[in-house]
Write a protein that binds this ligand. Structure first.
Ligand code: SF4
Ligand code: SF4
Length: 384
């Protein structure tokens, strides 16, 4: 039976975070059960974009620092790394800016961890994959002996929830993520892709930043929400089942969990998980706001054949709407749109709805929260 450890952690003070992480890993046999002396350990944080930690978009640096220290104490060599999303070139200059703003530079300096600047990318055959047989990944994933996955608990406008499994999408280099969005437009296929990538990366351990999560319009435009927890598990699928249970999402509402049940990777039932430390009932956050638009759509997304879903989507699926008074004309949305559905006209983004695949990358990557997700009035009526 998979084990998930849950420990309370009230804030991001490094000492407190380290104590909570240590306790959560001790429930699973201690760091030495996961990291052996001399091993190179990639700390795969969530660095979705260049944002300060208090915006709760990225993994808090105190987790990276604490985990790096624990890896060093176990004799390992930690390397902090991720590949930010969007059109950004995956290069040293971009990484420097992201590490600095997200607090990872300081976390590395204080702990003695290395920061990854190797921007090579490699196509790796993955015959075991269900939906993709090749995965393009960043080099440090292949060079590491072990990966410790450090996601943040968040909502997500496309995948409903972003946690342990979704965090591994970051091993796809920079703008290459857009190609995957284009290839796997249907959320069910995209969920299968995320599971393939997670299974390929095979993290030895996942430690979730559930101290302050993001609710509502995640993964970048939602609001901070205190959950007050550190969660750890060797099984990312079980960890996601436990974490979504805490924030009040049903397994069938989360495409990656629904697909992982179909693929026999978990049952989706918390009764089949050995929960260590706190009980789920004691730590449940009943008022965690869900991405309601997406959750409402899942009933047909999960039940009907893909061509019918596609036709319905065209009519009622929510679409991005630009807030021109907030828009700073940076063009990140246009550059990050996989099917090039956004064109900059007179310095402002304009959407071609016929090309839009509703991946919401534009919403996810706009630094100025200038993109809303809206659905038609008749869709609201149908889905009310
Ligand atoms: S909507 Fe956001 S990403 Fe697009 S141009 Fe405006 S500020 Fe930039
Ligand atoms: S405009 Fe549509 S296709 Fe382009 S990034 Fe936004 S949601 Fe995705």
């Amino acid at each position: 039976m998979s084990r998930v450890s849950i420990v309370k952690c009230s804030n991001y003070e490094v000492g407190r975070v380290k104590e909570a992480i240590k306790k959560s890993i001790d429930h699973l046999g201690g760091m030495s059960a996961f990291v052996k002396p001399g091993e190179k350990v990639l700390l795969k944080v969530n660095l979705l974009m260049k944002r300060k930690p208090e915006k709760v978009t990225t993994t808090h640096p105190s987790l990276a620092q604490a985990l790096a220290e624990l890896v060093i104490e176990a004799g390992g060599k930690p390397i902090i790394g991720d590949s930010p999303g969007g059109h950004y070139f995956y290069n040293k200059k971009v990484l420097e800016g992201v590490y600095e703003t997200c607090g990872m530079k300081e976390a590395a300096e204080k702990s003695g961890a290395e920061l990854n600047y190797n921007t090579e990318m490699i196509d790796v055959p993955y015959p075991e994959g269900k939906i993709t047989k090749t995965i393009k990944t960043i080099k440090p994933v292949l060079e590491a002996d072990k990966i410790i996955n450090i996601p943040k608990i968040k909502t997500h406008m496309m995948t409903v929830y972003s946690g342990a499994v979704k965090n591994l999408f970051g091993i796809i280099p920079g703008g290459n993520k857009m190609d995957y969005h284009l290839r796997f437009e249907d959320v069910r296929d995209f969920a299968d892709l995320l599971i393939d990538i997670c299974s390929f990366a095979k993290p030895t351990l996942t430690v979730m930043d559930a101290v302050i999560g993001m609710e509502g319009y995640g993964p970048t435009s939602g609001n901070p929400k205190k959950v007050g927890l550190i969660m750890a598990s060797a099984d990312p699928f079980a960890l996601d089942v436990a974490a979504t249970n805490i924030i009040g999402l049903q397994p069938e509402q989360v495409p990656t969990i629904k697909k992982s049940i179909e693929r026999g990777l978990c049952t989706g039932d918390v009764k089949d998980i050995d929960i260590l430390g706190e009980t789920l009932e004691r730590v449940a956050v009943k008022d965690f706001k869900k991405p309601t638009v997406k959750v409402a759509l899942n009933f047909y997304n999960n039940a009907l054949p893909k061509p019918i879903v596609k036709a319905i989507n065209r009519m009622i699926k929510p679409k991005p709407r630009f807030k021109y008074d907030t828009c700073k004309s940076c063009a990140v949305c246009a550059k990050s749109c996989p099917p090039k559905a956004i064109e900059m006209k007179n310095g402002k983004p304009v959407l071609d709805l016929n090309k839009c695949i509703r991946c919401f990358c534009c919403h996810e990557l706009c630094h100025f929260e200038a993109i809303d997700i809206k659905r038609a009035w008749y869709a609201k009526w149908i889905l009310r």
